[in-house]
Design a protein around this ligand. Structure first.
Ligand code: WT7
Length: 568
């Protein structure tokens, strides 16, 4: 029997107090996600249960019980407190998927500070804009990433401390840098947990939009109410599960469901911090006896490509439940997974802004391959007419995916950017920025984004950010960045570039430009193709018509360009 039981019954009788009651929370109580994910689980008699089973590069291994997590996070908290970190200070985690990332996240929350996780493959410019916007005071990182921090540190006056978790003490440290090693510290038994309340800020995740710099999505401790229950009902997590979320906590899936969801339920999770290979992934599932697996379409498509032979070499019979998020999950992948794993990958839809799963397929529900399923109980969802912002009445008609505000894990604002936050609402609806249709049976079907943001392998890349970075390259006079189709990643970054006089359009220059963006922003933002053009199509007011370039890449009808020219 699945945790959710009957979807219809749950929808009918739903109240978020179900989650509050299970967590023993009452309005007005202190609420600290860090405490819920460690101390409370120990108090419930699971102190010796494994919380984290970790495998890294070169066969490195480590495992932590819930009591180990409690102690290690206390230790990190106290260290941060001693160097002067106060509640609501932003502490950035700039780490690979090493145990310190998971433990640091909880440690930061326990003292009421705000955790700001950033993808460790980010280059110095991506790091810079996000630390600057958040006015981050402390960054926790590894030796291998310190060079990027050093490059920008002087530009961020607020950044006081750079904590390195794996420094051997041999190479000299620079001003503001310090070493913290969990192994060297005496575990802290007792810690005064900061009395955060429901609305106290907890996590700051940066997400990319079409225009402007990335936006800091501010979440609060009350998000737990949503993350706990969705992890229980959608991921169907049970006490004896071994759960594997393949997402990196630099992105929201990796925190909402790679830390908070499973640990608040006292569920054992495992982490693989090596690069992707089908063989390594199947081996990991077999070895750890993974039962619940939450992954992403690009990974699933890569596994499909690797073929079925490699699957036969592994015993994957432990798998009980599979789910996916981040980008459209094509029906072929859903059908394939049933064939090879005996289970469908169930598609789930949500965003950094929503904090938790919003539309989803549930265990036990009829699967329609290619559909995102139905709203989570308690979520009021609709597809709105893009002009009137009223729900479209006809089944199958395309509109904007929108949600009625008020679910627990919804963002509370964009950091230092209240205007952009306000612009996300119309007629009392939160606008997701995605388009979909709803069929007669209430299933949602994804159509596409309503903006120019590129979703490459489940990661959002802002064309504006890439264009701005391109302009900093000595050879680039003008640029426009759009998505181009890709078999595995669905979309990849393509750049149209007008080069400056004195530079030759060559393959060598293309490689140089690619490398420049990879280092500055990230491998995700790196153009997979650069097309040299003499000029870019522009509106009368001089705005680049990305949509025209996009349509060409996707072989779509360009339509009436005169309207495009008038668009602002
Ligand atoms: C955007 C949000 C929180 C999940 C990780 C990504 C796209 C997400 C699906 C899905 C089609 C999806 C949307 C959404 N997206 N899930 N099941 N089917 N598209 O979080 O980085 O904030 O991205 O990812 O476009 O708006 P994110």
């Amino acid at each position: 029997m699945s945790n959710i039981g009957s979807y219809e019954k749950r929808v009918k009788n739903f109240n978020w107090s179900i989650s509050e009651k299970e967590l023993g929370y009452k309005e007005g109580d202190d609420l600290n996600i860090g405490w819920y994910c460690s101390d409370r689980i120990c108090q419930m008699g699971k102190a010796n249960k494994p919380a984290l089973i970790w495998e890294g590069l070169g066969g490195k291994k480590n495992s932590y019980t819930f009591n180990d997590v409690r102690l290690a996070t206390n230790t990190i908290s106290l260290f941060l407190k001693k160097i002067g970190v106060k509640n609501e200070d932003r502490v950035c985690l700039f780490l690979d998927k090493i145990p310190e990332l998971y433990l640091g996240f909880i440690g930061i929350l326990k003292i009421g500070a705000i955790a700001q996780p950033l993808f460790s493959a980010f280059g110095d410019e991506s790091l810079h804009v996000r630390l600057e916007n958040a006015e981050t005071t402390v960054i926790i990182t590894q030796r291998k990433h310190v060079a990027k921090v050093r490059k920008i540190k002087d530009k961020i006056p607020n950044l006081k401390h750079v904590i390195i978790v794996d420094h051997d003490g041999k190479k000299p440290l620079r001003e503001g840098e310090m070493i913290f090693s969990l192994k060297e510290e005496t575990p802290v038994e007792e810690l005064e947990i900061f009395p955060t309340k429901a609305e106290s800020p907890s996590v700051l995740h940066y997400t990319s939009g079409t225009t402007g710099q990335p936006k800091g999505v501010k979440h609060v401790h009350y998000s737990l109410i949503g993350q706990y229950l969705t992890a229980k009902w959608v991921l169907d997590l049970k006490d004896n599960d071994i759960y594997w979320c393949t997402a990196d906590p630099g992105w929201v899936t990796g925190t909402s469901y790679g830390i908070i969801g499973p640990w608040s339920l006292g569920v054992t999770q495992c982490v693989l911090d090596t690069g992707f290979s089908a063989e390594a992934w199947y081996k990991f599932i077999e070895k750890q006896k993974v039962t619940v697996w939450y992954s992403a379409p690009t990974a699933i498509r890569s596994l499909m490509k690797a073929g079925d032979e490699v699957i036969k070499k592994h015993d994957l019979s432990s798998l009980r439940h599979l789910a996916s998020v981040g980008e459209p999950l094509n029906s072929e992948a859903v059908i394939w997974s049933k064939k090879v794993f005996g289970k469908h990958f169930l598609d789930t839809y949500w965003q950094t802004e929503t904090g938790a799963i919003m539309l989803t397929n549930f265990p036990g529900m009829k699967v329609k391959p290619g559909s995102m399923g139905k709203p989570f109980p308690g979520i009021t969802a609709e597809v709105l007419d893009p002009k009137s912002f009223e729900p479209v009445e006809e089944p199958g008609k395309i509109g904007l995916i929108a949600f009625k505000p008020g679910w627990p894990s919804m963002m509370r604002t964009y950091w230092n950017n209240e205007d952009t936050y306000k612009a996300k609402f119309a007629n009392d609806w939160y606008l997701s920025g995605d388009r979909a249709s709803i069929d007669k049976e209430g299933y949602y079907w994804f159509v596409g984004r309503d903006d120019d943001v590129i979703n490459t392998g489940g990661h959002l890349v802002s064309p504006f950010e890439v264009e701005s970075a391109l302009l900093e390259h000595e050879a680039v006079a003008e640029s426009a960045v759009v998505a181009k189709p890709d078999e595995v990643n669905m979309e990849v970054v393509k750049a149209f570039v007008v080069i400056k006089p004195g530079f030759e359009p060559s393959e060598e220059l293309e490689l140089k430009i690619m490398n420049f963006i990879r280092k500055k922003l990230s491998p995700l933002a790196m153009p997979q193709e650069t097309e040299y053009v003499d000029s870019l199509p522009k509106t009368r007011s001089g705005k680049i018509m990305r949509r025209l370039l996009h349509a060409k890449e996707w072989g779509e009808e360009i339509g009436d360009t005169s309207t495009l020219e008038d668009e602002e």
